[in-house]
Design a protein around this ligand. Structure first.
Ligand SMILES: Cc1cc2nc3c(=O)[nH]c(=O)nc-3n(C[C@H](O)[C@H](O)[C@H](O)COP(=O)(O)O)c2cc1C
Ligand code: SF4
Length: 421
């Protein structure tokens, strides 16, 4: 039986991404038509029943987020699609944006209708520059076809979608930094509370969801939340886009039902990762992005679902699966992860700004025989704990997750070069 599923990716590669007609051949805009005949609260109920968890990495239940926003007073409410996707190893939103952008747009319009929002924004990663023009063209076409703009499908409801371009800062994917950046301010995180649902973009109630999250909405509306739930895992319905990179044979983005495959399937199945390229042995895998945990081959039989991975000390995160063979030094790999965080730390708070730099010094020493001592290892532990507990935002709080989890599996490599005395 196939390990793949086609809920979001239906029509990918078979339709022209900018063609409304092609999209409609694959059921495009049927969900919007259906949604506009439904009460907003009913749509939210379906999303809740589907147990759709946020696909941007934090896995917050989307139905609960939507229900909360529905009950908040204040107008206008804004819809923001997080298309910042800035972590090395994560490229599944790019798959949606390039191959099936109209599915995400349809999800945004349905969300707009639910919250009677006049304005939505797509915050697009700066490096996806070419997509800016493509998305603008698609938006213009959707307007001309009556699916967007004034009086959508004769319903009396109107919505505009604008594109905001990021400028290459990973921290702007954090939802409050993203809103600051959208407002034209410095892209640094805000203190929370107040929550963005209450005080969001331009101080107004705001919904921020990920590209893949929005792209999942049309199918939930079409098939109903219960069916969507049943296709996935009892704790988290539907499918997940996983993006495989590194030393597996078949790098790419694949859509799998949640809870129906193990990590072994994800890496070795012939329709998915296809096993190790070059015939070497799997040494470790890095899940969910640079801020996610490192896993060991002993954990390959863990089921790929949010709850099963969490129970094993792993996580789905963004859906990234970076596969590394036994030619790779774990410490050198962690050095590259650490360099990413040093580069991307916005500098607002000390634990993240300084912590990442201090970690670099220790990792550098650990690679040179005799250069590090036992105190370095103790300090590394302290830095991990302090950054996790005291950083201002998710970037610093998770910057040491890879090191912390790798420590559990590869402690001997951390200790290998430490001076004996
Ligand atoms: C440093 C940092 C970077 C993030 N980058 C992204 C991103 O690129 N895309 C994304 O959807 N969410 C990202 N997030 C998570 C968002 O803050 C937010 O949880 C998400 O956009 C909510 O949408 P969802 O519930 O649909 O996942 C990031 C979080 C942090 C802390
Ligand atoms: S943890 Fe602090 S320094 Fe790091 S990105 Fe967040 S606010 Fe900026």
């Amino acid at each position: 039986m196939s390990k793949l599923i086609n809920l979001i990716s239906i029509g990918a590669g078979e339709m022209h991404p900018e063609s409304i007609e092609d999209y409609q051949k694959f059921g495009g805009f049927e969900a919007l038509k259906k949604a506009m005949g439904m009460q907003p609260a009913r749509i939210v109920e379906e999303v809740k029943t589907a147990k759709l968890l946020g696909r941007g990495g934090a896995a917050f239940p989307i139905g609960i987020k939507w229900e909360h926003l529905l009950h908040i007073e204040g107008s206008p409410k804004y819809i923001v699609c997080n298309a910042d996707e800035g972590e090395p190893g994560t490229f599944k939103d790019r798959f949606v944006l390039r191959q099936i952008p109209l599915r995400m747009i349809e999800g945004i319009i349905i969300a707009g209708y639910v919250f009677n929002s006049p304005q939505a924004y797509i915050y697009l990663r700066g490096e996806y520059r070419d997509l800016n023009k493509i998305l603008k063209n698609i938006i213009a076409k959707a307007k001309a076809a009556g699916f967007l703009g004034k009086n959508i499908l004769g319903s009396g409801y109107s919505l505009e979608i604008d594109i905001v371009s990021g400028a290459g800062a990973y921290v702007c994917g954090e939802n409050s930094a993203l809103l600051n950046s959208t407002e034209g301010k410095v892209g640094r995180p805000r203190i929370k509370p107040p929550h963005l649902a209450e005080v969001g973009l331009f101080q107004m109630p705001t919904l921020v969801n990920n590209v893949e999250s929005f792209a999942a909405i049309p199918e939930i509306v079409i098939m109903g939340g219960q069916k969507y739930l049943e296709l996935g895992h009892p704790d988290s319905g539907g499918s997940k886009l996983v993006c495989l990179s590194g030393h597996c044979a078949r790098r790419g983005t694949y859509e799998i039902p949640l809870g129906k495959s193990t990590l072994r399937d994800v890496i070795y199945d012939e329709e998915l990762g296809g096993g190790m390229a070059g015939g070497r042995k799997l040494k470790f895998f890095h899940l969910g992005g640079q801020s996610g945990p490192i896993g060991h081959p002993d954990q390959l039989d863990t089921v790929y679902s949010y709850s099963d991975l969490r129970a094993a000390g792993l996580s789905v995160g963004s859906g990234a699966v970076v596969v590394m063979d036994d030619s790779v030094s774990i410490l050198e790999y962690l050095q590259s992860v650490n360099e990413f965080f040093i580069h991307e730390s916005c500098g607002k708070c000390v634990p993240c700004r300084e912590g990442n730099r201090q970690i670099k010094k220790i990792l550098d020493r650990l690679l040179i025989p005799g250069a590090a001592d036992r105190e370095d290892l103790a300090n590394l532990r302290r830095l991990i704990d302090t950054m996790t507990a005291a950083s201002f935002c998710g970037l610093g709080q998770t910057a040491a997750v890879a090191i912390n989890t790798a420590w559990k599996h590869f402690k001997s490599e951390f200790e290998a070069n430490v001076a004996k005395a």
